[in-house]
Design a protein around this ligand. Structure first.
Ligand SMILES: Cc1cc2nc3c(=O)[nH]c(=O)nc-3n(C[C@H](O)[C@H](O)[C@H](O)COP(=O)(O)OP(=O)(O)OC[C@H]3O[C@@H](n4cnc5c(N)ncnc54)[C@H](O)[C@@H]3O)c2cc1C
Length: 252
């Protein structure tokens, strides 16, 4: 079978298909591996389970006689940068070929269904996200929004961060009738450090223990086995040190 797409949904669909017994799962994506929106680790884990990646190819039609027998693909090269700051894929002439598959799953183009909120006076953008100001306030008084419906398809951590912020806005609004200013969010987040960040400047990311690829391919248990409490605490102390690169590059 073939899964079309390069995001989290495509990877999940492919890994689920393997667990349901698909003999061979191919993932086709029109850009390069570096540009796949899915998390690199998940792509790697899927490959360890047997996923076959076909990069810089775009589907043009499904071929078959009464049933799916293949997916016709055309090879792509990367051209000019588009509005998403990624180079736009362009078809290479006469590079079509057929990938023999019996099932094609499309896992592209995730969007929010905003029809119901639009009817209630909540303004939306053309890309089906809800319009908010920098306090996550929508066009309708007393209605707030956060997460994918504001950001577009994003990640859990971004949704959690916005959820935290919008909760503070709603709390203040309910108590005072006024939304909290964005600047005040940071004041809520400051927590005194109980250790020296410098001690963790060289610390590297802890490696997550995972189930063996051959075993996990045929079960539904979580792939990641979780950190021990100690590893978890150390991982929380690890500083991202976003300033380090700047300091290093400033050196003569
Ligand atoms: C297949 C897939 C795999 C993903 N994998 C990852 C991953 O590995 N890592 C990662 O960080 N992110 C991943 N993501 C993205 C992540 O799931 C989202 O970014 C995150 O869930 C967004 O959180 P949210 O609260 O904004 O929205 P959601 O989690 O989508 O929650 C919205 C909720 O609103 C409910 N709802 C919708 N309409 C209505 C309505 N009219 N009335 C009442 N309730 C309604 C929905 O049922 C849902 O429960 C994945 C997404 C998908 C689809």
């Amino acid at each position: 079978m073939a899964v079309v797409g390069g995001g989290s949904t495509a990877i999940d669909a492919a890994r689920t298909a393997m667990r349901l017994g698909a003999a061979e799962v191919n993932l086709v994506y029109r850009r390069t591996r570096e540009e796949m929106p899915a998390q690199p680790l998940e792509v790697e884990e899927a490959e360890q389970e047997g996923l076959k990646l076909h990069l810089l190819v775009n589907p043009i039609r499904i071929v078959g006689n009464g049933r799916v027998e293949g997916l016709e693909l055309v090879r792509q090269s990367l051209g000019e940068f588009d509005e998403s700051a990624r180079r736009r894929p362009q078809p290479i002439a006469n590079s079509e070929f057929v990938l023999p598959v019996d099932i094609v799953l499309a896992a592209i183009g995730q969007s929010s269904d905003v029809a119901c909120v639009e009817k209630c006076g909540v303004e939306c953008n053309r890309n089906t996200t809800v319009k908010v100001d920098n306090k996550l306030v929508t066009a309708r008084a007393g209605v707030f929004a956060a997460g994918d419906v504001v950001l577009g398809p994003a990640t859990i951590i971004e949704a959690v961060a916005q959820g935290n912020n919008v909760a503070q806005t709603v709390d203040t609004y309910l108590r005072t009738g006024e939304p909290l200013s964005k600047e005040s969010w940071l004041a809520y987040d400051k927590v005194p450090l109980t250790y020296k960040m410098e001690d963790y400047a060289e610390a590297t990311r802890a490696e997550m223990p995972v189930q063996d690829p051959v075993v996990r391919r045929s079960n539904w248990r979580e792939v990641e086995l979780g950190f021990s409490e100690d590893a978890c605490r150390e991982e929380c102390k690890r500083c991202l040190r976003c300033d380090l690169e700047e300091k290093e590059s400033a050196k003569p």
